[in-house]
Design a protein around this ligand. Structure first.
Ligand SMILES: NC(=O)c1ccc[n+]([C@@H]2O[C@H](COP(=O)([O-])OP(=O)(O)OC[C@H]3O[C@@H](n4cnc5c(N)ncnc54)[C@H](O)[C@@H]3O)[C@@H](O)[C@H]2O)c1
Length: 395
């Protein structure tokens, strides 16, 4: 019989508990959450599957959990600002690690993380589902087979239909998320580099701040306590009535001073970047957080002299256009998968890493750090109005 796979979790929140319950456990039913480090024990416990509730032990520190829980695997699912500090500790152990993104939110965190992983036996799956989603993998495969010739240009779009979550929930606190390049574009700049087969080396970026979300409403205000709930388009009742997406529970005000200001730091309503790749190719990336409903769009168009490949995760299709022959194809992957199938792929990598079936994941720590460097450069460029060189891992 297979040995139970003993998982320890730091920060057993909404996202990581979902990954464990829906993805890891469906691949490895013998997985058990045996240890947790989380100051909010009550909520962390309610997120557990029934099979884990009886035996799980809560620990005060990661170090104590590793010493006492006999772990086969580790997952870090805290909020963004704590990923790097915990991952730096985890680099000391020889235990496979599932690490949430962004892997760092500042240059000093990213540099310390790179240093900590320079000499380590700790193997990592960074939670970048888009890179390993079947649609992205198929696009990369076609590029490798020569479908576009040399990839010379990429245009990537991200019209987020659920963008209010970056003002409704904890992402609104700039000290936790450090803006939406790090929070959101970390996925996209990562998969763009993967598709182009080349790292981003230079960025110019721009953002709009405080024109739509954020504002002067009091700190901590919730819709249930607000006089404008009947008219505000973001109240639960109006979101329900208009089918406009976002949480329909009572939530924090998206127009509150808590969301910060352009001066103190705030998430952008929309932002864009012009990117140059080491290969000499260039491209654009743009993300819009106030788009709703059928405006949703996420994907890229990659072109070379021979052809163009264009895909959209929401439409769930890939188009291939041959530039010099009268043939175009549309490829449709399967439907209804978490993060467009990427979460399942990451789960396979993680279980295979833990079981010793593979030596390296498809999203090792370098991918997370390299993407953080690109996002930090974009954040800096948007602030200064200048092109910024992107630091390269191992530089
Ligand atoms: N990869 C993806 O596609 C994806 C999708 C969604 C969210 N995320 C990322 O997942 C992360 C978590 O998001 P979430 O929605 O699950 O948040 P959450 O608030 O539900 O979970 C965070 C957990 O960390 C715990 N925590 C707080 N301080 C801690 C500490 N000092 N030590 C240990 N635990 C601590 C909290 O109590 C909570 O249980 C975010 O960084 C987010 O960017 C990634």
């Amino acid at each position: 019989m297979k040995k139970t796979l003993r998982l320890g979790v730091v920060g057993h929140g909404g996202r990581i508990s979902g990954v464990i319950k829906s993805c890891l456990r469906s691949i490895e039913p013998d997985l058990r959450v045996v240890g947790i480090v989380d100051p909010d024990q009550e909520n962390a416990r309610t997120r557990l599957d029934e099979c884990d509730r009886k035996d799980v032990v809560f620990y005060k520190t990661l170090d104590e959990m590793v010493r006492k829980a006999n772990l086969d695997a580790l997952a870090i699912g805290t909020r963004c600002n704590l990923h790097a500090p915990f991952a730096i500790q985890a680099a000391r152990y020889d235990i496979p690690l599932y690490l949430e993104k962004p892997v760092a939110i500042s240059m000093s965190q990213a540099l310390s993380l790179e240093k900590a992983f320079r000499k380590t036996r700790c193997k990592v799956v960074v939670s970048f589902p888009l890179r390993v989603s079947p649609l992205c993998l198929m696009t990369r495969k076609l590029i490798e087979e020569g479908a576009v010739g040399r990839p010379d240009h990429i245009a990537a779009l991200n019209y987020v239909p659920y963008g209010t979550c970056y003002w409704d929930f904890f992402y609104r606190y700039y000290n936790i998320s450090h803006g939406l390049f790090l929070q959101k574009a970390t996925h996209d700049l990562d998969y763009m580099s993967h598709l182009m087969g080349s790292n981003i080396v230079r960025i110019a970026a721009m953002g709009n701040y405080g024109r739509i979300f954020g504002g002067k409403k009091p700190a901590g205000l919730r819709c249930s306590k607000c006089k404008e709930q009947d008219t505000c388009l973001e109240s639960p009742q109006n979101r329900k009535r208009n089918s406009s997406g976002g949480t329909t529970e009572d939530h924090l005000c998206t127009f509150s001073v808590d969301c910060g200001t352009p001066k103190s730091g705030t998430n952008e309503d929309c932002s864009s970047a012009l990117v140059e790749f080491a290969s000499g190719a260039h491209g654009i990336y743009t993300q819009v957080f106030f788009s709703r409903r059928d405006a949703q769009q996420r994907g890229a168009t990659v072109s070379g002299y021979e052809g163009t490949l264009s895909f959209d995760w929401y439409k769930n299709e890939l188009r291939r256009i041959r530039h010099h022959a009268p043939f175009s194809d549309t490829i449709k992957p399967g439907e209804g998968l978490s993060h467009f199938g990427g979460d399942t792929e990451l789960a396979h990598d993680f279980i295979n890493l833990v079981r010793g079936k593979i030596k390296k994941s498809r999203t090792p720590i370098e991918t997370g750090i390299q993407s953080a460097y690109a996002c930090l450069a974009a954040t800096q460029s948007a602030r200064t109005g200048r092109f910024v060189k992107v630091r390269q891992v191992g530089q």
